[in-house]
Design a protein around this ligand. Structure first.
Ligand code: C2O
Ligand code: CU
Length: 689
C-alpha cells in the first residue's frame, strides 16, 4: 500500500513539475511551487517509512526475511532517491523562494533542469517496482547477475523521459525554445508517458515470455537439479567432487534400496485403487477415488512385523502409488512415482514390503498427482502398535479428517462422518484418540469435558506429557498426527474440528448413558504449544554444536508460470521445482535445515524418509525440542530443524498443502552415493505432484 501511494505521489509530482515553466501569474506560481515541495516531502517521508519498515523486519525476523529486497529493490530505490534528495529537493526549495519571473531565463533554466525532473521519474519507477514486488514477487536469494539485470532494465525504462527532458533543457540553453500551445504540450507529455509505459510493458512481457517457456516441465527428468546441487556448506560430496573407482563401487541405485525383505511377510494387505461413489452421513455424495472402495481404510501392524501391501489399480486412469507418510521405509518403498518406482497404471500392481520399525499413528496416500488424488480420497490410516505395551487403553479411536468436494459443496468430515457422531464409553475407561489431518491445511481441534494429554506427535511419544485443560485447543499441520488420551468422566466429552463458534465442522460425542442434546462448546482460552510440553527428550541432535551441512529453505510466493500456465507460485529459495536446489548429503551426517517463511501462507514442510527434530523457533531454542515429519511454518516464522542422514536414497521434501507442491514448492534430498532409477514427466507418466 505504502509503495503504491508513493508511486502515485511521484507520478503527480512528475507531471506537475514538467508543467512548471508554463505556470502563469505570481500567485499561482507560488502555490504551485509550494505544493510541489510539500508533496515531495511527503513522498520522501513515505519512502523513508518503507525503509524503516524493512529495517524493522530485519531486526524482528532476521536478515533472511529481507535479503531479497535488500539485494534487488534497495539498490533501485537508492538510484531513484539519492539524486532526488541531492538535486531535486534543493532546486525545488530554491524555486519556492525565488521571485524571478517565470519567463525569465533564470527561472526557465531552473524549472527545466534535468536534475530536477529525472530523479522524480526515477523515484516513481523505483517505487512502482517495489510495489509490484511486495505483492507479486518477493525476491529471494538473487544472484549478482539478477540484480545487475534488474538495474539495467530499470535504467532502460527511464531512457525516453530523460531524453525528452534533456532535449527541452538544451533548447532553452541554446535559446531556441518556444512555448508551444497547451494542447500541443499535453499531447507531447501524454505521448512520452505512453512510450515509457509501452517500454515498461515490453520489458515485463519479454520477461514473462521467457518465464513462460522456461516453466515448461521437461518430458523426462531424473528429478534432480544438476545445475543447483546444494551441499549445505559441507565437505565436497561424490555428486560434485571427483569420483574415483572406489567411490563408483559404492554407488547404488534407488531401485536396489529395498532394505532386507527376504523374510516372509507377517501380515499381508491388498489395496485396490478404484472409483466409487461415496455418501457422507449428511447424504452428500462424492465421486471418490478410493482404496478398496472405502473411505480412509485402516491398515494395522505390530512393531517389528514384516508388512506386505499389494497395490492394484482398477480404474484410476493416471495411475496410483502408496506413500507411507511419516514412515521411514527404505527408499524403494517410499511410493514416489518417477523417483522410487513407476506409477501403477490400471491393470497393474506393485507390492510394498518393509519391516514396521516405528510404532504410532501414520497415514498413507497416493503420491501420483497427489494434490488431486489425495483430495479425491486416495488415502488411509496406518497404525503400528508398539511391540511392548507401554500403556494400554480401553478404547481406541482413529479419527482422520478430510475436506471433501461433494455434490452439496465442500464438506469436512472424520472419514465419512460430516455430522455429530456418538460413541458410548463407560465412565472411568481410558480413551486413546489417533487424530490424523488428511486435509490440505492446518486444522484446529477442541476436546472439552475432560482434561487430556497429547501423548505423541507424528508417531513419536512425548516424555511425561502434562495434563491439558479442556479450554486448550490444538492445531495439526496438514499431514500431521497427534495421539490424545483422556479418562472418561461421568459426563460427556466432546471433540470437534474447527473453532468453538462454528458448529459446521464434524464432531464426536463420547457419553456414558445418554448423549447430550444439543451439544455446545465453550470458547477455548489457549492453544497447545509443542515447544513447551512434557519433558525434553534426550535427543541426539539437540546437543550437536556443529552440523555437517546446513541448508536454508526460504519459502516465498510470486506470480509466474508453472508448466506454461499462469499461476500464483509457491517458491523455495525463489524458485519452483525443477529449478529448486537438490540438497546433497552423505550417509551418516548430521544435517540442519532452516525454514524461513516470507510468504503469505502457512507451509507444512514434510521431509520423506526421516524425522526432523525441532531445535529453534524464531532464533530461540525451544524448551522442549520435539520430533516431527510435518512442521507447519506460519508466515514470518523461522524454524531450525535437524535430522540424521541415516536412510540412503532420494527423498522428497515439500509443502504438504499439496496444491502448493503441485506448483513447485518441492525439492529433493539426495544421498551422494545414490543414483536415480526412474524418470518423471509425461513420457513415463510418472507425475509425483
Ligand atoms: Cu504425505 Cu510427499 O507426502
Ligand atoms: Cu505451502
Amino acid at each position: 500500500m505504502l509503495t503504491y501511494a508513493v508511486t502515485a505521489l511521484w507520478l503527480i509530482v512528475g507531471t506537475a513539475a514538467a508543467g512548471l515553466p508554463y505556470v502563469k501569474g505570481i500567485f499561482q506560481r507560488k502555490v504551485w511551487r509550494t505544493l510541489l515541495l510539500w508533496i515531495s516531502y511527503i513522498g520522501l517521508a513515505l519512502a523513508l517509512l518503507w525503509f524503516i519498515l524493512m529495517i524493522s523486519q530485519w531486526v524482528r525476523n532476521g536478515w533472511w526475511f529481507v535479503e531479497g529486497i535488500a539485494k534487488t529493490i534497495l539498490p533501485i530505490m537508492l538510484i531513484g532517491y539519492v539524486p532526488l534528495v541531492l538535486y531535486t529537493l534543493p532546486l525545488l526549495r530554491r524555486l519556492r523562494v525565488s521571485t524571478a519571473d517565470e519567463s525569465s531565463s533564470d527561472s526557465m533554466i531552473t524549472t527545466t533542469d534535468p536534475r530536477l525532473l529525472i530523479p522524480i521519474y526515477a523515484a516513481a519507477l523505483a517505487s512502482g517496482i517495489a510495489a509490484f514486488h511486495t505483492i507479486f514477487s518477493q525476491p529471494t536469494l538473487p544472484g549478482l547477475l539478477e540484480t545487475v539485470l534488474m538495474i539495467t532494465l530499470y535504467l532502460f525504462v527511464l531512457v525516453v523521459p530523460s531524453f525528452i527532458v534533456i532535449r527541452r533543457y538544451q533548447a532553452i540553453m541554446k535559446g531556441t525554445f518556444t512555448v508551444a500551445p497547451l494542447w500541443k504540450r499535453l499531447l507531447k507529455f501524454a505521448l512520452a508517458g505512453f512510450t515509457t509505459a509501452i517500454i515498461a510493458i515490453g520489458v515485463v512481457a519479454v520477461q514473462a515470455w521467457s518465464d513462460f517457456h522456461a516453466s515448461k516441465l521437461p518430458e523426462a527428468s531424473d528429478m534432480m537439479n544438476h545445475r543447483w546441487l546444494d551441499e549445505g556448506g559441507g565437505t565436497p560430496t561424490m555428486m560434485t567432487g571427483h569420483q574415483d573407482h572406489a567411490d563408483h563401487a559404492n554407488m547404488v541405485e534407488v531401485a536396489k534400496l529395498t532394505g532386507d525383505i527376504s523374510a516372509p511377510a507377517d501380515i499381508h494387505y491388498e489395496l485396490v485403487a478404484q472409483k466409487r461413489e461415496i455418501t457422507l452421513a449428511s447424504g452428500a455424495k462424492i465421486e471418490a477415488w478410493t482404496y478398496n472402495g472405502e473411505v480412509a481404510p485402516e491398515l494395522r501392524a505390530r512393531q517389528g512385523e514384516m508388512v506386505e501391501v499389494k497395490l492394484m489399480n482398477r480404474d484410476i486412469d493416471k495411475g496410483v502409488t502408496i506413500h507411507w507418510h511419516g514412515y521411514n521405509v527404505p527408499n524403494a518403498m517410499d511410493g514416489v512415482p518417477g523417483m522410487t518406482q513407476n506409477v501403477v497404471n490400471p491393470g497393474e500392481s506393485f507390492t510394498y514390503k518393509f519391516r514396521a520399525e516405528q510404532a504410532g499413528t501414520y497415514w498413507f496416500h497416493s503420491h501420483q498427482q497427489a494434490a488431486e488424488q489425495v483430495r479425491n480420497g486416495l488415502f488411509g490410516s496406518f497404525i503400528v502398535e508398539p511391540s511392548e505395551e507401554t500403556a494400554s487403553y480401553d478404547e481406541e479411536v482413529t479419527l482422520i479428517n478430510h475436506n471433501w468436494n461433494t455434490d452439496q459443496g465442500e464438506k469436512t468430515a472424520f472419514k465419512d462422518q460430516d455430522r455429530v457422531q456418538k460413541m458410548q464409553v463407560k465412565p472411568g475407561k481410558t480413551v486413546l484418540l489417533r487424530l490424523i489431518n488428511a486435509n490440505n491445511q492446518s486444522q484446529k481441534y477442541l476436546l472439552q469435558g475432560s482434561e487430556y494429554k497429547i501423548t505423541s506427535i507424528d508417531g513419536t511419544p512425548i516424555l511425561q506429557p502434562d495434563r491439558l485443560s479442556d479450554q486448550t485447543a490444538f492445531r495439526l499441520a496438514a499431514g500431521g498426527r497427534y495421539d490424545v488420551t483422556f479418562t472418561m468422566p461421568n459426563h460427556p466429552v466432546l471433540l470437534k474440528l474447527g473453532d468453538s463458534t462454528d458448529m459446521e465442522g464434524p464432531s464426536v460425542v463420547f457419553y456414558g448413558n445418554l448423549p447430550p442434546d444439543p451439544i455446545s462448546f465453550k470458547a477455548e482460552s489457549s492453544l497447545f504449544d509443542p515447544s513447551q510440553y512434557g519433558k525434553p527428550a534426550d535427543l541426539e541432535l539437540t546437543s550437536v554444536t556443529r552440523f555437517d551441512r546446513e541448508f536454508r529453505m526460504v519459502l516465498g510466493n510470486r506470480l509466474g508460470f508453472y508448466n506454461g500456465k499462469m499461476n500464483y507460485l509457491w517458491t523455495i529459495n525463489g524458485e519452483v521445482y525443477p529449478y529448486t536446489p537438490t540438497l546433497v548429503v552423505k550417509e551418516g551426517e548430521k544435517i540442519k535445515t532452516t525454514f524461513i517463511n516470507k510468504s503469505l501462507s502457512e507451509h507444512p514442510m514434510h521431509l520423506h524418509g526421516h524425522q526432523m527434530t525441532v531445535l529453534k523457533k524464531n532464533g530461540k531454542r525451544v524448551p522442549t525440542p520435539w520430533v516431527t515429519d510435518t512442521l507447519n511454518v506460519n508466515p514470518d516464522e523461522m524454524y531450525e530443524v535437524a535430522f540424521i542422514a541415516d536412510n540412503p536414497g532420494m527423498w522428497m521434501d515439500h509443502c504438504h498443502i499439496l496444491d502448493h507442491a503441485a506448483v513447485g514448492m518441492t525439492l529433493h534430498l539426495m544421498y551422494d552415493h545414490v543414483m536415480p532409477s526412474f524418470e518423471a514427466g509425461v513420457r513415463s507418466g510418472n507425475m509425483p505432484e
